[in-house]
Ligand binder design. Sequence first.
Ligand code: GMT
Length: 383
Amino acid sequence: MRIGITCYPTYGGSGVVATELGIELAALGHEVHFISYSQPFRLSGRDGGIFYHEVPVSSYPLFEFPPYDLALASRMAEVAEFNELDLLHVHYAIPHSVSALLARQMLATRGRRLPFVTTLHGTDITLVGLDRSYLPITRYAIQESDGVTSISDYLKAKTVKDFEVTRGIEVVPNFVNCDVYAPIADEEKRAEARRKLAAPGDRILMHLSNFRPVKRVVDVVRIFATVVREIPAQLVLVGDGPDRSEAEWLARDLGIHARVHFLGKQERVNELLPLADLLLMPSELESFGLAALEAMACKVPSIATRVGGVPELIDDGVTGLLYPVGDVKAMAEGALSLLGDKDRLQAMCEAGRKTAQKRFCATLVVPHYVRYYEAVLAAGAGE
Ligand code: GMT
C-alpha cells in the first residue's frame, strides 16, 4: 500500500506512535509518506520506503492566524495525487481529520478516491476536542472518516459518550518495538551506562513526557523528594515543555537539585529507559500511557496513576503500581516498598516485558492496522 501519514511532529505520544507506525509499515514493504509542517522528531533517516513532505504555511499580514489546516489539506491532496496514495492515516483528530476530509473531497472532484483513517489519541477528545469551538467540527470529521481507531477502550467509550459518535471505532492499542525497546542484557554494560547518571548503589527513577500540566511533573519531583530522604537515588527527567521550569524551581527549593537531572528532549529514549529502576508517571490523565509501555518493554515498572486507559496497560501489582491522582505520599511509599523488595521488583520487571511482548508488540499491533486499512479500502471499493 501507499500510505500518507499526518501527525504532530513534535515531542508527544501521538507523533511517536505515528512515526513508529510509519517505520514499521515501511519495514513491511509499504510506501509511507509523512505530511507535516516539520519532520517528525523520531524519523531521522532510519529507513527506506519513507518519504517526508513538508507543509509550507505562508504568512501574510492579514493572517493573524496562518491557516495551517488549509495548507495541510492542499498538500495532502497534492501528495496523494502525485504519489498515488491508497489512503491517508491521520493521528490526532484536530485539525488533521478535518484537513483529510477536505483533501478527500478535493480529490473526489478530480475522479480520485482518497479514504482516510483517523486515530484518536487522547486530548483531541478529552480536552481540546471538548472545547465548544472545536467540538462540532471534530465530531463531524470523526463521523465522516472512512475509518476511526482509538488507542484504548477508555478513549473509545469517551468518544462515543462525549461526542455522541455513532459510527464504529476500532480499538488498536499503542505498541512498542520490543527489539528496539529492550533491557540491556549485559549487566556490566548497563552498570557502566548507569554510572554516567548515578553513583553505584544509587537507584534511578525516571520520568519521560512533554512536561505539559496533564503530566504533573511537579508530583514527580515531590515523589522523588520523599524517596531520596530514605534511600540514595537520582531522578532523571527526559523531555521538555511548559512545566519544566516549575519543576526545576521545586527541586531547588527542596534542596535536592543535585540529584535531579533534566536531560531535555532526547531522541534515543530506548537507550535511557533500560537504565532506570522505576518510571514515574503520575499523570492527571493518560488515554494510554505510551512512556509506561516503552519502560515495560525495557523491564522497568511504573509508579503511575489509575486514570483513563492506564489500567488497560498496567496490571496493578503485577506490571506496575497504580494510585489516585495527586497521592504523592502513596506513590513515594509504593516506590520505596518496591525498591526495597528485590524479588517483587524483579517479578514486576519480567511481567512487564512479557506483557509488552504478548499484547503490545509492534509485530502484533502493526498488522492490526494493516488489516484495518484493507477493510477500509475494501468497504469503499465499489464506490
Ligand atoms: O499527551 C497529550 O497531551 C497528547 C497526546 C500526544 O499527542 O502526545 O498524548 C496522548 O496520546 C499518547 C499516544 O497515543 C498516549 O500515550 C497518551 O496517553 C495520550 N495523552 C493523554 O491522553 C493525556
